[in-house]
Write a protein that binds this ligand. Structure first.
Ligand SMILES: [Mg+2]
Length: 223
């Protein structure tokens, strides 16, 4: 069992907050269900393949492009799988959900005058579906998609380019994400205040990071 690190900053040292979307603000259960259950089910029906075999095949296909911009690109998957991925997301949009204490946290930041930015690997079309369902879009000063930056957040180039698009002070910015590889690239770029989300999916037990302050919900940042 890894030792759990608690957040170690005070709000008066922070001006800007970068927030990830899936697994941080929104329940990652939607994405897990979509890619691991729903897409394989539809694909197996359409192509007459055994569902279990199909699931294994697709999961290994996803792994080939993990942590790249392609993984996040709906058009890439629509072409590769010959399915209308955006339309399939719409079909199960009722499963999109906000994570615990997100509304309170956004309000907390606003009250303290922090600038909030959404920094996400989500494709613009996915964002449209998600922010249409969960109306938190107004909280952000700006929404930055990795598709616009040209690199996935797991790549250090993402942060180098982001600095030119939306300048930020490395020591006065807080970044919250549920993916350690993303936090690793942010740390390599020099971001000082990083927080890991240990429970991105409501359906899975928490897994705390051994490398970053790691929280189950934003209740831990309401100080
Ligand atoms: Mg995430």
């Amino acid at each position: 069992m890894t030792r759990q690190h608690s957040p170690d900053f005070t709000w008066n040292t922070i001006d800007l907050v970068f927030l990830d979307l899936d697994g941080t603000l929104l329940d990652k259960y939607f994405d897990d269900f979509f890619w691991e259950e729903y897409v394989p089910e539809v694909y197996s029906q359409k192509n007459n393949v055994d569902p279990q075999e199909c699931r294994q095949l697709l999961v290994s296909t996803y792994k080939q492009v993990e942590s790249t911009l392609q993984w996040t690109d709906l058009n890439y998957w629509s072409e590769r799988l010959n399915l209308d991925i955006a339309a399939l997301k719409d079909e199960i949009a009722h499963l999109i959900n906000i994570r615990p204490f997100v509304t309170e946290f956004l309000e907390h930041l606003k009250d303290r005058g922090k600038e909030i930015y959404l920094v996400t690997n989500a494709h613009p079309r996915t964002l449209e579906v998600k922010l249409g369902k969960i109306q938190i879009g107004d909280a952000f000063k700006r929404i930055i998609c990795s598709q616009d930056v040209g690199h996935a957040k797991e790549q250090i180039e993402f942060w180098e380019t982001l600095q030119t698009i939306q300048p930020f002070h490395k020591e006065r910015t807080l970044f919250v994400d549920d993916t350690e590889r993303v936090l690793d690239s942010a740390r390599a770029y020099g971001l000082k205040h990083l927080i890991h989300i240990a429970k991105p999916s409501s359906k899975l037990p928490p897994v705390f990071s051994g490398s970053y302050p790691s929280i189950e919900s934003f209740r831990d940042l309401l100080f």
